[in-house]
Design a binder for this molecule. Structure first.
Ligand code: MSP
Length: 514
């Protein structure tokens, strides 16, 4: 398999101090859709997710729960696997930073940095936020109403003074700027890229990369008093996942550098500044893209535990259905922007776009074949201009969706699909096949064939987004499992005249207020 045909995508690894919420589900969903799309498009895909289990924040949560950190992480890490199953995520691997393979990788990257003289021992005196697991300069902080210093994220900070190893980040500025310059799409969206470039242009300080005041982490090689800074440990998961430190490992060879690290906007700096800096300094290749998506609010309010308005993805699935939630999250908001979750927006999309537009299109078309043609796929006659227009519009969707997903523009890809769905509904209304049954049965057969063919194409393309419903639609047009990928998309004759189709059933239920 050549490298151009592989695709490596990762989610952030999630802190296990929290129960999974909509933010976690969102980041992984975006990756899942890309991974599914690329597989259907013939790529050899590796999709990695997992949990970030070290650091002071997790240690504190374990202490609060009255258990030792390992037992605590064993328990809570499982919640993230359960979420993956409930959302039908298709990750190929699930990494935990407490696994031996990861300890080995983290210690190895550390040794590489030491060998290259990128790390030195000194003392850290400054502010630290446990919630963000980040060091802050005095000038980055503000004071809250009680005069307490807070980080830009609003998190509390504490003063820390301890011996620490430092990474020579200050020497990475030129290399990073050159890298951003040569790889204009390394950071997307563009506005985020500009923020990072201006941050790096402002000059970089060396970064504290070890801690001594607690123990829950990967030990620094050859200095037992220190554990590695949790972000250096955590970021390394992306190469652990492909076999590092064995750089000859088949997966490392095939998949590294990663095609996309998907992250939320709050953790962009770690991924777009520190991570490529660590890799370059260690003599390893940086990833190809970091995409920073926005944050969700709930009915207009910031989501927070203290407000008690955290959205539980499992609850959403139960209320609205899995495909509905998957569709809504990627359709509602231009990917990269912040977005608001509201019941009314959710129901509008689910009833209007899934049930009425897409669901009805399939249901009307296939039930006419069922009723008027005894369920037999008809032999189409000559095509009119309208037939050709609709079929062409459906055909051009593949390159359109592909190009948009290559820049993570899910909402644009879906809008393009729905433009064709609406055109197909307009086509039915205009052709009125129900009238043709008596007037011109041959023409009715052609119209119904064109519709079934359009439904087939739409269902193939929407599989990554709404896998269950699209799968059922493909069953209803009798497309076998081997013909559901994109190499069969434009192939004529997959929908064989003479095939008997099963009785169609609606695949997108409406939400009815109880
Ligand atoms: N452990 C680090 C990541 C290390 S990656 C090497 C971490 N974990 S996290 O659990 O806090 O992050 C979760 C992800 O969820 C982040 O991408 C974050 O942006 C995202 N979200 C958290 N709250 C969110 C919303 N309200 N909305 C959307 N995404 C949000 O950071």
């Amino acid at each position: 398999m050549s490298k151009d045909n592989t695709y490596y995508i990762t989610t952030p690894i999630y802190y296990v101090n929290d129960a999974p919420h909509i933010g976690h589900a969102y980041t992984t969903l975006a990756c899942d859709v890309l991974a599914r799309f690329k597989r259907l498009d013939g790529f050899d895909v590796k999709f990695l997710t997992g949990t970030d289990e070290h650091g002071q924040k997790v240690e504190k949560s374990a202490i609060n729960a009255g258990v030792d950190p390992q037992a605590f992480t064993d328990k809570v890490s499982q919640n993230f696997r359960d979420l993956a199953e409930a959302m039908r995520f298709t990750n190929d691997d699930f990494i935990r930073t407490t696994e031996p393979r990861h300890k080995k990788a983290s210690q190895d990257i550390w040794r590489r940095l030491v060998e290259r003289d990128e790390i030195y021992l000194d003392k850290y005196a400054g502010w630290y936020s446990v919630r963000d697991e980040a060091f802050y300069g005095e000038d980055e902080l503000s004071k809250d109403a009680d005069g307490k210093r807070t980080a830009p994220s609003g998190a509390e900070v504490e003063w820390v003074e301890e011996p620490s190893y430092f990474f020579k980040l200050s020497e990475c500025q030129d290399r990073l700027l050159e890298f951003y310059d040569q790889n204009p799409n390394f950071i997307l969206p563009k506005t985020r890229r500009n923020e990072v470039v201006s941050f790096v242009s402002g000059g970089l300080l060396d970064l504290s990369v070890s801690r001594t005041s607690f123990k829950w982490g990967v030990p620094v090689p050859d200095d037992e008093d220190h554990i590695m800074y949790v972000w250096l440990d955590a970021l390394t998961n992306y190469i652990t996942g492909v076999g590092y430190p064995d750089t000859d490992h088949a997966d490392y060879q095939k998949y590294w550098p990663a095609d996309v690290h998907m992250v939320g906007k709050d953790i962009l700096r770690f991924h777009a500044v520190y991570w490529p800096a660590f890799l370059m300094a260690a003599g390893l290749e940086p990833p190809k893209r970091v995409f920073a998506h926005g944050w969700w609010t709930n009915e207009g309010e910031k989501i927070s535990k203290s407000l008690g308005n955290v959205i539980d993805p499992l609850q959403l699935i139960e209320t609205y259905g899995l495909d509905q939630v998957r569709y809504f999250l990627l359709r509602e908001v231009p990917f990269g922007n912040d977005g608001d979750f509201s019941q009314s927006a959710m129901v509008q999309r689910m009833n209007g776009e899934l049930a009425n537009d897409f669901g009805n299109l399939a249901q009307r078309s296939l039930s006419m074949i069922n009723k008027n043609l005894d369920g037999v796929v008809p032999e189409p006659g000559d095509h009119t201009a309208e037939d050709t227009d609709l079929l062409k519009a459906a055909d051009t969707l593949l390159p359109t969706v592909r190009d948009n997903l290559d820049v993570q523009a899910f909402h644009v890809a879906l809008e393009a699909v729905w433009t064709v769905i609406r055109a197909a509904n307009a086509y039915i209304d205009h052709q009125a096949p129900w009238k043709l049954k008596k007037e011109d049965p041959a023409r009715m057969a052609t119209v119904l064939y064109v519709l079934a063919e359009t439904v087939r194409k739409l269902a193939i393309l929407t599989q990554p987004f709404v896998p269950e419903a699209a799968g059922k639609m493909l069953d209803q047009v009798s497309v076998d499992a081997g013909s559901r990928n994109f190499s069969s998309f434009g192939e004529a004759g997959i929908l064989k005249p003479g095939t008997i189709l099963p009785k169609p059933e609606g695949v997108f239920p409406r939400y009815v207020e109880e």
